[in-house]
Design a binder for this molecule. Structure first.
Ligand SMILES: [Zn+2]
Length: 400
């Protein structure tokens, strides 16, 4: 492919909307517009990645030099600007979307159940206010969340420990589609908003987190505005229709596989099973493979292994020689981007660095007179002179 055919227009400056260095270089190297739309070069790259993914299904990500995390169904790339939060165990590599991640819960020390005691708790409509008012830690309270089943309008009462956050995604897995309960629906079942507990409810489907039966003497709502109950105990005071893990993991929680602390990472989704998101993969590649001058894409991630430059000569027609090399390399199965512009060498070298092909071949008069061309690896500082007759073999051996 020739530079002019792809109508590449590189940019000197980083776009001002660049959230990451990788995105910035993709725009500067003319793979993407500032509005994140693939250019012709970008489309070419995406097409190349698609073909590569078809060929190397299981090893695609390692082949293109991407370090990913994931599980059987999803592959993620950690990046601070990513919109998907995942829990990840650095020790055993367990990875799951945060809202579905399992973790090891640590129950508080076992206590003997004490008798129920109704206490006046004015204005305590959050767990924080309640815990402060009573001078107890949040983990000694229980939190109520109320929903209605979409299909049959059944009232669903959810109970989790006060220091935990409900994961609606986990709840959905057990009860299906839900919506928040209305004030009337709460009242009908006997639940007092902000002062609710499962004790004494009518016609309610009760779902509790699996930590609740292991926690004794929790403070919970009295189903009467302004009052709470001390020492509520599962089984003695109420029971549930479902007891399951319902709460969201957070950083530092123990991995349910190995017990080590989980990290929470922002990520991009690169694949769901074998459905790849190639635009995210392109960004992940740029994020992983760049230096201060531009992209440093590895073979075989790049659609062009060689960036071919011809420097105009005074006596020789270097252009014709470069065309010849271009054809020879292409015929040998080496992909080449030929910078066929009448630009100064410096401009072409800068673009070669930006676009990031693994190898650069420069055809200039001085070296040609000696039967040589200049070969430079994108990731190395120094260049080397290679006999013209040898260039195909040399490049093949490097790309192996
Ligand atoms: Zn683990």
């Amino acid at each position: 492919m020739k530079y002019r055919e792809l109508s590449i227009q590189t940019q000197r400056e980083a776009p001002n909307n660049a959230r990451t260095e990788g995105f910035s270089f993709l725009v500067r190297a003319a793979y993407l517009t500032r509005d994140n739309v693939p250019t012709r070069l970008g489309e070419w790259m995406l097409h190349h990645l698609r073909k590569l993914a078809d060929k190397s299904v299981n090893s695609f990500f390692s082949n293109v030099g991407l370090q990913t995390i994931g599980n059987n169904s999803e592959t993620f790339f950690p990046i601070p600007s990513g919109s998907i939060e995942v829990a990840h165990c650095p020790s055993c590599k367990y990875t799951e979307r945060i809202e579905l991640a399992r973790f090891e819960k640590t129950p508080l020390p076992q206590e003997i159940p004490l008798s129920l005691e109704k206490v006046f708790t004015p204005e305590c409509h959050t767990i924080e206010l309640l815990a402060n008012f009573l001078g107890i830690p949040k983990e000694k309270t229980a939190k109520a969340l109320m929903y209605t089943h979409v299909s049959d309008n059944k009232f669903i009462f959810v109970f989790v420990r006060g220091d935990m956050q409900l994961s609606e995604a986990k709840l959905n897995q057990h009860v299906g589609s839900i919506r928040p309960a209305t004030a009337e629906e709460m009242e009908r079942s006997g639940a007092a908003a902000s002062y609710a507990s499962p004790i004494g409810l009518k016609d309610a489907f009760i779902v509790v987190d699996d930590l609740i039966p292991q926690s004794q003497n929790l403070v919970a709502g009295a189903n009467e505005t302004g009052y709470h109950l001390k020492n509520t105990n599962y089984e003695r005071d109420y029971s549930a229709d479902i007891v399951e893990d319902l709460v969201q993991a957070k950083a530092g929680d123990a991995c349910s596989n190995c017990g080590n602390p989980l990290s929470v990472l922002s990520t991009l989704n690169l694949a769901t099973r074998k459905e790849y998101d190639f635009e995210n993969i392109l960004l992940a590649l740029a994020e992983t493979h760049h230096d201060s001058k531009g992209l440093t894409l590895p073979h075989p991630a790049t659609p062009f292994d060689v960036y071919l430059i011809q420097v105009p000569g005074k006596e020789m027609d270097t252009r014709a020689k470069a065309e010849e090399i271009y054809n020879t390399l292409q015929n040998a199965g080496i992909t080449v981007l030929f910078d066929d512009r009448d630009e100064r060498a410096g401009v072409k070298f800068n673009d070669a660095d930006l676009i990031g092909c693994p190898l650069r071949v420069t055809v200039g008069e001085k070296n040609l007179k000696e039967g040589m061309v200049e070969l430079k690896l994108r990731k190395e500082k120094e260049n080397q002179l290679v006999p013209l007759d040898n260039i195909t073999e040399k490049i093949k051996s490097i790309l192996k």
